[in-house]
Design a protein around this ligand. Sequence first.
Ligand SMILES: Cc1cc2nc3c(=O)[nH]c(=O)nc-3n(C[C@H](O)[C@H](O)[C@H](O)COP(=O)(O)O)c2cc1C
Length: 312
Amino acid sequence: MNKITSLFGIQYPIIQGGMVWCSGWRLASAVSNAGGLGLIGAGSMYPDVLRDHIRKCKEATSKPFGVNVPLMYPQVEEIMNIIAEEKVPVVFTSAGNPKTWTAWLQEKGIKVVHVVSSSKFALKSQDAGVDAIVAEGFEAGGHNGREETTTLCLIPQVSAVTDLPLIAAGGIATGEAILAVAALGADGVQMGTRFALTKESSAHEDFKNMCINLKEGDTKLHLKQLAPTRLAKNKFRDEVEALELKGATPDELRELLGRGRAKKGIFEGDLAEGEIEIGQIAALCGELKTVAEVMDELVKSYKLACQKDYSW
Ligand SMILES: Cc1cc2nc3c(=O)[nH]c(=O)nc-3n(C[C@H](O)[C@H](O)[C@H](O)COP(=O)(O)O)c2cc1C
C-alpha cells in the first residue's frame, strides 16, 4: 500500500489519464480491472454520453474508476451533477481553477485530484483542498503547460512544496520510468499516451497506427498562444508551424484551428487535417497491446527495475 493505492482503493498506483476521444468506458474499465485507476474523459462527451459511459463502466468493472473533467468544459455544471448522481468515487479536474468544484464534490464523498504543470498551481490546488495532485511535465500528450517544465524537473519541485499525494505524468510508459519518478518524490503515475495506444482505446485505428510508429522528435508543442498542445507532425501541424513562424496572431491561429480538429485526428483518423495529439513517449511504446498486457509489463518491469543495483 502507498498513499495513492490507499486513497483510491486500488492495487497499483497507476492511473490512466482522461483523454478526449480515447478514454471511454472500455479503456477506463480495462485499466481498473487490471488493478490501476481508469478515468473516463468527459472532455469529448456531451452530458448524456458521459452518463452512458459511466453506467457501462460500472457494468464492466466492480473496481473504482473516475472521471476527468476539464474545467473549461461549457456544460461543466451538468457534468458534475451527473457524476454526483451516478456516485462516481473519483474526479480528476484539469484546465481551470481547482477552487470552483473541489469542496462541492468532496461534500458528496468524491475524491478530487487536480492536474497542474507548476509548483505554483500545485500550491493553489492544495489551498483548494484537493486530495492529491497530478504534476504533468512537458513531455506529455494533450494540452500542456506554457512553461515547458519537464517531468524530471517538475516532480522534485512540486514534491518540495506539498505533502499531498503526488502523481507524476508526462513521458512515463515503463516500470523504469515509474521507479525514476518515485525516486523524485512521486507516489504514483498518470499515463496517457501509452493507454491511448492500446486496443481498448477508442481512438481511430489509423491514429493509433500512426502514433505507434512515431520516432524521437516527431512531436512538438504548438499553439502556445491559444492552448499549448503537443502535436505529431502532419499537414495540419505544418500549417500551424508555418503560421506561427510568420508571427500569426491568436485570431489567425484560431481561424486555422477551426472546430473539431482533435476529433478529426484522434477519433475520425483524418491524419492530414486532424490534430494528432500524443506525447513524446509514443516513440517508445513499441506496439499496440491490450491494457492487461501493458499493465502486466509495467508491474513486471517496475519490480525488475527495483531489484537492480544502482550503487556506485
Ligand atoms: C490524446 C490525448 C488526449 C488527452 N486529453 C486530455 C483531457 O481531456 N484532459 C486531461 O486532463 N488530460 C488530457 N490528456 C493528458 C493525459 O491525461 C495525461 O496526463 C498525459 O497524456 C500524460 O502524459 P503522457 O502522454 O506522456 O503519458 C490527453 C492526452 C492525450 C495523449
